[in-house]
Ligand binder design. Sequence first.
Ligand code: XMP
Length: 489
Amino acid sequence: MGVIQGEGFRAKASQTDLAVTFRDLILLPGWTEVEPSQVELSTQATLHHSINIPFISSPMDTVTESDMAIALARLGGLGVLHRNCTAEEEVEMARKVKRAESLIIKDVITISSAETVRYATELMQKHNISGLPVVEGETLVGIVTGRDVRFADPGLLVKDVMTKKVVTAPEDTNIEGAKELLHKHRVEKLPLTDKQGRLKGLITIKDMLLRGRFPNAARDENGQLLLGAAVSPFDLKRAKMLDEIVDILVIDVSHFHNANVFNSTKKLLEEVEADVIVGSIGTYKAAEDALTKLEGIAGFRVGIGSGSICTTMESTKAGSPTVYATAQVADAVQTYGSKVPIISDGGIRGPGDAAVALSLGASAVMIGNLFARCREAPGTLIAIGGRYYKQYRGMGSPSAMAKRLATDRYGAPSKGLPEGVEGWVPYKGEVNVVIQELTAGLQASMGYAGARKVPELWEKARLAAISQSGSEEARPHDILLPSESPERV
Ligand code: XMP
């Protein structure tokens, strides 16, 4: 008992796949007619949503809340909100992102004329807005702005301080028409009303200026920032609440290739309208089963156990490094003639890793660690030895699991077993700094490969395995760097 015997097992051991990882591969320079500045990075995040740079943030509670999602979408990428919170909190985060800017605001925050000035001030502060259309029932009766309430007695009613003569426009007004009206009347907000005077939308100068400031932003058809949100396959109620707001739902489990998960996802897919990304998966078979047994999936999240905070492989030996996983899933997608985009997730340390993942058939990469370093990430900032760091933790780390709200990601298959760690990553400042480095580096990699666009990289990129000594040579060597101790040279 307990001894591995027989041809079958010996054969199994000797025929094992080599599950390579980022550090094992390099991108071979190819014939190129492409300069890095000519490389175009737009790509599919899901079947129906494209983004302008192939970078997506992880749904982790030290990586993606509203601020990160807003910043990333403005830069052309995508944020996926974490779910280690109540459904109501996740919905509130989603609303905040969607309200951050839009061509025409449909979900307008209004106030009744019978409310107090105190409440109007609170509402404007809470939502970080400068004015509120005033309604009686659904009818627009005025507008109240920061200027109207600033020195007013907080006990007064809104109807006593509001501007009653409001410049409005019909609900089908286009942006050019709105611009003219805003300019002509020198106002900042233009409420849209129907023939009965009911409020139907709002166009603001602020949104128009933001559009100009972030021309590369990833937006939905209403001009709002594109957004994803993580959900459990077992929480249909939350998925349906978020489905009303977000563009993309991400089924957030560590092992998607699981009978219960498949059954619940099947139901979820029938009930929601958003594009659904499923994962995490790491094998050809998992992708094949998903493609053949589930209808309507719009993306794959690929890679198990490669994340910088993961201990899954260490403690369970189960996993599929992101590079290997991407190649496996890309093969299945190709074999089945599917167009479902692949998001490579875990272990990305820089643009070169992203280039390798994309070369293997991914459309985008998902990143936790590099984004956790940024101001927009929710983790706490601390100083250690004169340097700044931000908190970063795995969603299967003991402290994240103690919150107990996303425990079904790691809880069910491995009761009581932490699958992640908690620590500190160096502070990098604003996320646009990280995005600039990733973008410039990836454009350079694609230039070396001769690929102008991501799908061209799938065709043209050639990879090679690198030896241990090759990879040592690939870093600076035989030189004393300012950050190192003299013994190293
Ligand atoms: P990076 O390398 O960017 O990876 O830090 C982020 C990805 O790691 C996954 N993740 C975990 N994996 N235990 C795991 O095994 C965990 O506690 C954990 N938390 C996050 C997840 O796929 C994320 O996108």
